[in-house]
Structures are given as C-alpha cells and as structure tokens.
Write a protein that binds this ligand. Sequence first.
Ligand code: CA
Length: 370
Amino acid sequence: MKRRNFIAAVTTTAALGGLSACSKATEQCSDTSGTTKQKVIKWKMVTTWPKNFQGLGEGAEFLARIINKMSGGRLQVKVYGSGELVPALQTFDAVSQGTAQMGHGASYYWKGKMPAAPFFTTVPFGLTVSEIQGWLLKGGGYELWRELYKPFGVRPFVAGNTGVQMAGWFNKEIHSLDDIKGLKMRIPGLGGEVLRRAGGTPVLIPGSEVFTALETGAVDAAEWVGPYNDLAMGLYKAAKYYYYPGWHEPGTSAEALVNQQAFDALPEDLQLIVEQACHAASLDMQADFTAKNNASLQVLVEQHQVQLRKLPDDVLIKLREISEQVVTESAQKNELGKRILKSFNSYKKQVRAWNEISEGAYLDSLRLSK
Ligand code: CA
C-alpha cells in the first residue's frame, strides 16, 4: 500500500496571543491570554469537475459550504476544480494518498482500478435515483461500496444525483436498429460497450471537446448529461435531434470521497456532520437538476426549436438485452464484484416489483385519456 502523506491541517482560529495548549478531547485551545478557542481543521476537496461546473461542480461547492456552516467553522473545506490541484482523473488517488482530505466525483471514473465501481454511480438499465438511494442507504449498497474503497484508505459517501440523463444529441433520426449500425457516438463507459455490441462505434471524447466533435461531424451523435448541462454547452447548435431516455445513465450518483485517516481523526460530531452534509448535498443536487432540467428543456424546445425524439422500442429492447450481458460481465472480475452484482440485482428485482405498482402505475395513470 502506498505510504500516506496525510497531514492533518490543523490550525487555530486567528487570535491575538500565542497558542499554549490544545485538548484533543474537547478540541479547544487556550492561548497565553487565557482565551479559549476552538481548533479549526482545514481540508482540501479536489474534484473531477471544472470549477463551478453546472450542477455537479456547484454540488461540490454546496457540500463544502454546508460542512463549514454546520460545523460552526471548525471544519473548513476548500474546493479545487479539476486541474487546480490535480487533474480530474487523479481525484481518487489524491484522496487515497492524502494530498487532499476530500474529493468529489463519480465512482465510474475508477473502473480501471475497480471494475465494479460503476455500480455506485450508474450502469446501463440500472437503478433510478430513488432506487439507488434505497440500495445504498437501506439495501446493503453502502457497506459494499466501503469495502470496495477500503484497500485504498478512502471512505465513500453519496453526494448527489443528476437524475435520469438524456440519450443524447443526434444528427440523424433513429428509426430502427439499422440506424445504430455504424453510428459514431460519443458515449463513454459501459454504455459505449453496449453501443459497440449493437453495431455502433463508441468514441471517447472528453467533455470539453464534445461540442466540436458533434459540430464538425467527427461523430454522428453524443451524449452529455441532460437539458441543464446540454443547454449550457450549446449542443443544440451542433445537432438537431435530442433523444430520450438516457438508458445508459438512468440515475447518475455523485460521490464524496474522504481520506479514511483524516475521517478517523475527526471527533464524532464532525464525522456525523460530514456524512449528513453529503446526504443533504445529495438531496439538494437532485432538486437542482430536476428544477433546472425542466426549465432548460423548455428553452431548448421553445427558443431553439430542438426536436425531441424517443428511441424506438426495438432499439431500447435490444440495448437492454445487451446491457444485461455487459453489466454482468463487468462485475465478474473478482469475488467482491460478484457480491456487488448479486446485491444490486436482487435489490433491483425487489424494488421494481414495488415501483411498478407505485410510481410506475401512477405515472401511467396520467397518460390515460377519458
Ligand atoms: Ca452522461
């Protein structure tokens, strides 16, 4: 295991007079003037998002802000956008090595290290927002996630969700499976592998290059996030058809990462504040995406004449069939992966039986005509 260069960045609140003694138990220090002050712990939070990136980067800022406030300033977290302290994809390693005490990203970025990691973000035809939260918090998911990250000295927390994403922007209409054949599409991860097996060509392109690739015709289609982020990126200027649903990302969870040693060094109340702040940030991000996606969709359709299209049934059925194989294979690489898959599938089966007759049936009832 890598040597941890964890440094607890502990300072005292700025005050007159020199420091004389601090009590670990009470976290209080008194200076030579006899004034009692609280110890201030300073953490760095590295993120996989550009600074203040819509929804996700803003979610990291929100999380840091509420930790600072909930702790009365005792735990101060400073957010660094991707590339400010470390590149986006070194976020996990930076937290593991203690370069930063905290991180904000999505577990599917760490698939190369841990093949089963995407289950804790989203997998094609996986869980919706409420379903993944049920699995994580009440269905054994959290325990498996902690077990997965434990060898790296990292503790994960759920810290947001984009909701179901969009299938993406297409320069041509999709009428049947034949239109998927040869389709060059920017779609990363397991979704990309599903597209490949359906006859398409997944292309890996970082977010910053998606617009140009679509506009110049280097790709025929591209997925990004949903109306809020896609409007901000101007993707409607590069492609005409906006397809749904986001079968490949049905409820994408954001994560907060905490260096385990830094976490263990916190008193119990600050540990609870970190955990509950992550959960509050998770709720806030979902609400943010719901409100902004809905407002942005209206702008896209009414002001920019975007053509909304639903993927044809035969395409969705085929993609679902292939997704099952791809997702199953991805988890078969080791014993823990197999346990994660088993827990995920068993929860999915149970929760679907309930959701069919609750939310699903309710939404269906709204489509009935007199
Ligand atoms: Ca996406």
